[in-house]
Design a protein around this ligand. Structure first.
Ligand SMILES: [Zn+2]
Length: 401
C-alpha cells in the first residue's frame, strides 16, 4: 500500500499547497480520499494514472474537499473510461454529480455507483469486497463529516510445500481446501490438519483518513492499530481555541488520536495557510507521538518499503529529492577519479591551485546553480564576470516542494 498526499492545504490553497486530497495506491488501483481542486493534476504529477481510480471517498461537503470532483469526472469521460467508478459521500453527492453532469449535457460513457451515507449513522462498511473493506464513521466537525479506514482483509498463511509433498498432497483442490482452513483426508485415510501445513494468517495492511474534526473517539476507532494514520492538523497548539471554534484539530489532538489508537505512523496534513513552515506543527506532534511525519505533496509513503519502493515515482521533482540528486554526480566523480580529488579541494584548506583550468571553472559554475540563480546578474563583490540570467519569480518553484 502506498499513500501519496496530493493536497495538504486546508480551505485556502497557498502558493505551494493544494486543496485536500490523498491517494492510496494498492495493487495497481487508486483510491482517492477527498478530491480538492487540482487533485487530478497532482495525480498526474505524482505518476498516478487517473484511469486507475476505483473509488473516490468524499468526507464532507466543505467545498475544498470535493471541488475537484467534476473536473476529474470530465477527464475520465474524455479518456473514454468504461469501468464503473464508485463515489462514496454524504447523502446528496449523487444529486450534486448528476445535476452537474446533466447541466453540462454530458452523456457519461461509464457508470457511477454511489454509496450515500446518512447523517445519523454510527459506522458503515461503505465498500466490502474479497480483498479489502472500507469503514466510515462520523467525525466531529461543524458540519456532517466522516472519516474512513481502508482495511485489507487478512491473507491466508503460506503453505509449507515441502511438508505437504512429504505427506503426499499433490492435488490443487487439496491445497485450496487446506489454505481455506479445512482439514482433508488422503486416499489412505490419513487426516491432514490445515494448521499443520498452513502458517499463520498474514494481517492485511491498513490506513485511516481522518479529516476535518475535533478530537473524537470515532477517530481513534478508525485508526486503531493502523499502519498509517493520516490526520488533519489545521492549527498549532497555540490556536487551540480557534481549532475548537472551527471544528478542527491541533497537532496535539492528532498525536492524542495516534497514541490512543496505537497507530504505527502518524502523518499530519490539512495545514492552515498561516503556516508557511508546517514544521512547527510537526515538532508539536512529535513531542507527543513518534513516529510522526509531515504530509508532503507528491512524496509517497510506503507501508512496505522493501516491496513497494519505486513503484510510484513522482513525475516532477520535489525539492529535497532535487537537492539529493544534485549531490550525487559530484560524489561519484570524486571516487571515480581518485587521484584528481584536489579538483574538489575544500575552499578553506591550502593555497589556490594556479593552473589555468578553463574547463574546470566552467564546470564549477554549472555545479552551483543556486548561487548563480540568486545572482540576478548583479554579481556584487565577486571577481567573476557578470552573467545575465533572466530573473525568476519565486512562483516558478511551485512544484519543487
Ligand atoms: Zn477541510
Amino acid at each position: 500500500m502506498i499513500i501519496v498526499p496530493l493536497g495538504v492545504a486546508s480551505a485556502t490553497p497557498t502558493a505551494v499547497r493544494h486543496l485536500p486530497s490523498v491517494a492510496l495506491w494498492r495493487e495497481g488501483d487508486v483510491h482517492l480520499f477527498d478530491c480538492g481542486e487540482n487533485a487530478q493534476m497532482r495525480m498526474l504529477q505524482a505518476g498516478l494514472k487517473r484511469s486507475k481510480i476505483e473509488n473516490i471517498f468524499i468526507s464532507h461537503f466543505d467545498m475544498d474537499h470535493y471541488s475537484g470532483l467534476l473536473g476529474l469526472i470530465t477527464t475520465l469521460q474524455l479518456q473514454r473510461r468504461e469501468k464503473t467508478l464508485t463515489i462514496v459521500g454524504p447523502k446528496g453527492i449523487k444529486e450534486f454529480v448528476e445535476w452537474n453532469v446533466d447541466f453540462a449535457k454530458i452523456d457519461l460513457n461509464f457508470k457511477i455507483e454511489y454509496v450515500e451515507v446518512d447523517e445519523d449513522f454510527e459506522s458503515q462498511r461503505v465498500i466490502d469486497n474479497d480483498d479489502y473493506y472500507v469503514e466510515a464513521r462520523p467525525l466531529n466537525h461543524t458540519s456532517f463529516c466522516m472519516g474512513f479506514r481502508f482495511q485489507e482483509k487478512d491473507k491466508p498463511g503460506k503453505v509449507d510445500a515441502d511438508k505437504a509433498h512429504a505427506l503426499g498432497i499433490t492435488d490443487d483442490e487439496q491445497f485450496k481446501a487446506l489454505k481455506a482452513g479445512e482439514d482433508i483426508k488422503l486416499e489412505d485415510g490419513t487426516l491432514v490438519k490445515s494448521y499443520d501445513i498452513v502458517g499463520h494468517p498474514r494481517p492485511g495492511d491498513s490506513f485511516a483518513y481522518v479529516s476535518d474534526t475535533k478530537y473524537c473517539p470515532n477517530s481513534v476507532k478508525l485508526a486503531m492499530n493502523t499502519n498509517i494514520l493520516y490526520h488533519e492538523t489545521t492549527f498549532s497548539d497555540a490556536l487551540a481555541d480557534k481549532a475548537a471554534e472551527t471544528g478542527h484539530s491541533t497537532s496535539s489532538d492528532a498525536a492524542r488520536v495516534a497514541n490512543e489508537a496505537q497507530t504505527k505512523l502518524l502523518v499530519i496534513g490539512h495545514f492552515s495557510a498561516r503556516y508557511t513552515n508546517p514544521f512547527v506543527l510537526l515538532r508539536e506532534a512529535r513531542a507527543k507521538f513518534f513516529p510522526a511525519w509531515l504530509a508532503t505533496e507528491l512524496r509517497p509513503i510506503y507501508t512496505n518499503p522493501a516491496q513497494e519502493k519505486g513503484i510510484v515515482k513522482p513525475k516532477i521533482q520535489i525539492k529535497e529529492m532535487d537537492e539529493k540528486q544534485a549531490m550525487k554526480p559530484q560524489k561519484r566523480k570524486k571516487f571515480d577519479k581518485g587521484g584528481s580529488s584536489k579538483r574538489f579541494r575544500s575552499r578553506k584548506s591550502g593555497p589556490p591551485d594556479r593552473r589555468p583550468r578553463r574547463d574546470d571553472s566552467g564546470e564549477r559554475r554549472k555545479k552551483r546553480p543556486e548561487r548563480q540563480s540568486n545572482d540576478y546578474g548583479s554579481n556584487q563583490g565577486s571577481s567573476r564576470p557578470t552573467k545575465h540570467i533572466t530573473p525568476r519569480t519565486p512562483f516558478d518553484d511551485f512544484d519543487r516542494f
